[in-house]
Design a protein around this ligand. Structure first.
Ligand SMILES: [Zn+2]
Length: 75
C-alpha cells in the first residue's frame, strides 16, 4: 500500500501508540510501527504490527510501566 485509502495522501512509517483490549483488559502499546497518512492522519497497521501487539500482551515480561486511566461517562 502506497497511499491513503481515504484521501490518497502519502503514507509514511511512524511509531504510534495503540490502545488494545485483550480478554477484557486494556493495554497501551507504545512505539508500534505503522503507516500514517501525512494528509489526514489515518493510521494503517501492517500485518507484522499485529504480532507486535499480541506478543508483549501474552508474554510474561513485566510492563514498561503501569498507567492509571480516567474513565469518563458521556451519557
Ligand atoms: Zn489520508
Amino acid at each position: 500500500m502506497s497511499d491513503c485509502r481515504i484521501c490518497h495522501g502519502a503514507l509514511e512509517e511512524r511509531r504510534v501508540t495503540r490502545l488494545q483490549t485483550y480478554h477484557g483488559k486494556w493495554y497501551i502499546i507504545e512505539n508500534l510501527p505503522a503507516l500514517v497518512c501525512r494528509q489526514c492522519g489515518e493510521v494503517y497497521y501492517t500485518p507484522e504490527a499485529h504480532d507486535r501487539v499480541v506478543e508483549p500482551i501474552t508474554s510474561d515480561k513485566p510492563p514498561a510501566r503501569i498507567e492509571q486511566v480516567a474513565v469518563l461517562d458521556a451519557s
